[in-house]
Unconditional design. Structure first.
Length: 244
């Protein structure tokens, strides 16, 4: 038997480089681990550079076994990470384009002359502009009063200056409706919201894709419907500037 050579029990000579197969498997497992790290966590540029250097080293070690695609994989991982990071940054930029407090301030300033007519609040949906029924509509009607269309003009100008989508919702009290035009408070509240939407689109030229409308009828009162004052407060149209 020659010195330094190893043989199996059947007399076959062992390949001294056979360990490279197992080593290659190990390196591929490490690569998979690094890919998972990159896709599951945020990483700064320095850390990413260090990992790519490690992958390049691994590529050099595996060159002997013919796995030269490791470096290409490392490049792909980096490009994927950069692209997803760009998407996240774009989303963050949109979210901070007009912060909620700034939007609230903007709306308050632009309609400051209408403070007695419009209530501005904010909730989990966004900034809420609330107009009582008697500002825009006659009782039981969904046609906007011409004398008060300037209120919607001011709101439209404020809406046009911000990128937020708008939800227009009509509300009524629980008093049964007696009208030939509308069979229920649900219909009345919906048609009132549609009237506001049509005014914004036809008269003010706002972008239709920014809007959605609906009617809650009497289902979401602000106050108990026990007194005439509370019922009047529940009859309203809300324009919600949604969170970005």
């Amino acid at each position: 038997m020659a010195k330094g050579r190893q043989y199996t029990a059947q007399g076959e000579q062992l390949d001294p480089n056979a360990w490279m197969v197992t080593f290659s498997d190990l390196i591929m497992l490490l690569l998979t681990f690094f890919v998972m790290l990159l896709t599951m966590s945020s990483m700064d540029a320095k850390m990413l550079k260090d990992i790519r250097s490690s992958l390049n080293v691994a590529a050099g070690l595996l060159e002997y076994s013919g796995l030269s695609g490791v470096e290409s994989l490392a490049k792909f991982v980096q490009e994927y990470h950069d692209s997803t990071k760009s998407i996240v940054l774009d989303q963050d930029r949109l979210k901070t384009l007009i912060p909620l407090t700034e939007l609230d301030k903007l709306m308050s300033e632009q309609i400051k002359d209408l403070n007695e007519l419009i209530e501005i609040t904010d909730d989990e949906r966004g900034i809420v502009l609330s107009l009582q029924e008697n500002i825009l509509f006659d009782p039981g009607e969904a046609k906007i009063k011409k004398d008060f269309s300037n209120v919607l003009d001011s709101i439209a100008d404020a809406i046009a200056s911000c990128p937020n989508d708008i939800l227009i919702m009509g509300h009524t009290d629980k008093t049964p409706i007696h009208s030939k035009l509308y069979e229920s408070n649900w219909e009345l509240s919906s048609y009132r919201a549609l009237s506001v939407l049509e005014y914004f689109l036809k008269d003010k030229g706002l972008q239709p894709s920014r809007f959605s409308v609906g009617g809650y009828g009497p289902s979401r009162p602000l106050y108990p419907n026990d007194t005439p004052k509370d019922r009047a407060l529940n009859r309203r149209v809300e324009m919600i500037l949604k969170h970005l």
